[in-house]
Design a protein around this ligand. Structure first.
Ligand code: ADP
Ligand code: TPW
Ligand code: MG
Length: 597
């Protein structure tokens, strides 16, 4: 058997043949070989994938080692779920599938939540898991970490594949990449059984078996009549509104989106991860008048935003209807890459199916240069609402109560983000999420990463690690104390890779509020509260990072400024009034409570 080497570095081209000794003749005849490990790495590298987020163990330990040796950045986590969230948000930020690598059964399952979350959020990601022996798994003979992973992943992934033979690795990786990024992006599962990795094939054949995917996310040009229909509807509108979703942020069509909004003069509302696509301070931004524009608008153009729960399903009181099931009377234009998204909740009068870049550029071309602005009456009404709400908010933010409230603390975060518009803001929690979203303005696209479509807790540190690794920019993670707990151990990862992450914990001693008590009066605390005055900052100090314990806005500002300046891993434990929050934050209405007292 020949030596196993990276087929990428075995080229003999240009070398001068020297006379061979007897032993060298035998060696020269044996073909160069490669194996499953190298083929997986070569296939990923060939497709421009330069980073893997994962956690080693049987059977992928050597894969992590060899990937690092081959120049791939391997970011090793303390729990697979966080590696998975990191991969998914890297996918969102870069339009390349984020790779999460896990061991079999339990490691796979730990990564699976993140894969399902990626699919739900339309983030491109590939979960690559090692798996146990097919023969043993399928006969349920009790293999080490036995599990039929492919079957389990399939309903939660956009696509799921297994590769059994080394010569199929190229195809498997190519299919996974295409499935993740083409059309509506999503999470893809790639099952690699342990036996695949040491399989050897001739290096030359291996090299030929790899596929460099051409045009992985082909543009989808919208139909001309669909664009025309949308523009006519928009033209007929007296009170138009544009809603930007995270699909619009993902699409990286920033300049055209801005041009379209500015040329039409239509007010717009960014969904949380679309904040900053245009600066939140833009005169056409209607965020501060959200509860006015949604019910009042007559035609709504959705760009990369679904009419799911986050938009009250496009109906009900939010949209000006009398009751929760009723239609508010709006006509909708929906720009989306998924042809089945339209009509999912209410009628879409003008679906425009295609990729957002192509759709917005077609819309832009269609309006030409002489587009009338929306009626002044509409714009003035919005401006009036905005001014009133902004003034009210400014008053609240200027207060300096003791203990600190979400508002007085977030007023500081707001200033720091304004002064550092390239920094990435990661955000999770309930009150810690909702207040941050409404108080902290974003200035650039794809700088706000949060709990997304599921409102999932636990994305914080995984997103922070990926954001820092992918962008090199400082990361500010505003975390509820409960939210932080889901991924808190990754502060070690942040320290290990020396990432410029500043975690700010909005510490109100619990879920929603720290003041809850056990209704039965027993010694156990309420299910909603934690150890009082927990010193989270010591977790960061334990691994060599900087910890700060702050009780006032002045202290918070100083600690945040220092974190941004030094780029050192920092955790700021910000003490927030236990009673400042509300149950479930802004979504109290979704929370069923017991009728019987
Ligand atoms: P938000 O939560 O911000 O409202 P959603 O996740 O509900 O956003 O919606 C995102 C939408 O964007 C999805 O329906 C998805 O199909 C769509 N989408 C994602 N990427 C693109 C793209 N490149 N072109 C067109 N539509 C896209
Ligand atoms: C995976 C339910 C929503 S918000 C939240 C939980 C547990 C924590 C709120 O407390 P926190 O914020 O973070 O301290 P604050 O400022 O209001 O005190 N498990 C998962 N996801 C969700 N969404 C939950 C539980 C939840
Ligand atoms: Mg809390």
């Amino acid at each position: 058997m020949g030596t196993v080497t990276d087929p990428g570095v075995t080229s003999q081209a240009g070398a001068q043949p020297a006379p061979l000794t007897g032993g060298q003749v035998a060696e020269a005849r044996a073909p160069e070989m490669t194996d499953g490990f190298h083929l997986v790495i070569d296939a990923l590298k060939l497709n421009g994938i330069d980073t893997i987020f994962g956690l080693p163990g049987i059977p992928i330990t050597d894969l992590t080692r060899k990937a690092q040796a081959a120049g791939v950045r391997v970011i090793s986590f303390r729990h697979e779920q966080n590696a998975g969230y990191a991969a998914s948000i890297a996918g969102f930020m870069t339009q390349k599938p984020g790779i999460c690598l896990t061991v079999s059964a339990p490691g796979f399952l730990n990564g699976l939540t993140a894969l399902a979350n990626a699919t739900t959020n339309c983030f491109p990601m590939i979960l690559i898991s090692g798996s146990s022996e097919r023969e043993v798994v399928d006969l349920q003979q009790g293999d080490y970490e036995e599990m039929d992973q492919l079957a389990i992943a399939r309903p939660l992934a956009k696509a799921a594949f297994r590769v059994l033979n080394a010569e199929d690795i190229g195809v498997g990786v190519a299919r996974a990449i295409r499935a993740a990024v083409s059309g509506r992006p999503g999470g893809v599962y790639l099952d690699l059984p342990a036996k695949l990795f040491p399989q050897t094939i001739e290096a030359e054949a291996g090299k030929k078996s790899l596929i460099k995917v051409v045009d992985p996310a082909p543009r989808q040009i919208p139909a001309g009549d669909a664009v025309q229909r949308a523009l006519e509807l928009l033209k007929s509108s007296k009170r138009p509104l544009i809603v930007l979703g995270k699909g619009a942020a993902y699409a990286q069509a920033d300049a055209d989106i801005r041009a379209f909004i500015e040329k039409t003069g239509i007010p717009y509302l960014p969904m949380s991860m679309a904040k900053g696509l245009l600066p939140d301070t833009h005169p056409q931004c209607a965020s501060a008048a959200r509860s006015f524009v949604l019910p009042e608008a007559d035609v709504v153009l959705l760009i990369g935003a679904r009419l799911n729960w986050l938009l009250s399903h496009g109906k009900g009181k939010t949209w000006g209807a009398k009751s929760s099931k009723d239609w508010g009377g709006q006509k909708f234009i929906q720009v989306d890459i998924s042809p089945t998204e339209a009509d999912s909740n209410v009628r879409i009068d003008a679906p425009v199916v295609g990729d957002i870049g192509s759709c917005v550029s077609a819309l832009l071309a269609g309006i030409g240069s002489h587009r009338a602005k929306p009626p002044a009456e509409w714009l003035n009404a919005i401006a009036e609402r905005k001014a009133k709400n902004v003034a009210k908010m400014a008053e609240t933010l200027a207060k300096n109560p003791s203990p600190m409230t979400f508002h007085s603390a977030l007023n500081v975060v707001r200033d720091i983000v304004k002064a550092n518009p390239d920094a990435i803001l990661v955000n999770e929690g309930a009150n810690a999420l909702d207040f941050t979203r409404s108080i902290v303005d974003m200035y650039k696209p794809r700088k706000r990463l949060d709990v997304g479509t599921w409102g999932v807790m636990g994305v914080g540190m995984g997103y922070s690690v990926a954001a820092a690794v992918v962008s090199g920019e400082p990361v500010i993670a505003v975390e509820g104390d409960s939210a932080f707990g889901f991924s808190g151990m990754e502060v070690e990862t942040i320290c290990r890779y020396n990432l410029p992450v500043c975690v700010v914990i909005m510490n109100n001693n619990g879920v929603y509020r720290g003041s809850e008590v056990n209704p039965a009066g027993g010694p156990d605390p309420s299910p909603l509260v934690f150890v009082k005055d927990a010193r989270y900052e010591k977790m960061m100090e334990a691994f060599g990072g900087v910890g700060a314990h702050v009780a006032t806005p002045v202290e918070l500002r100083k600690a945040m400024e220092e974190a941004i300046r030094s780029r050192r891993p920092t955790l700021i434990n910000a003490l927030i009034d236990e009673d400042a929050g509300t149950e479930s934050g802004r979504i109290t209405n979704l929370n069923p409570t017991a009728k019987k007292k």
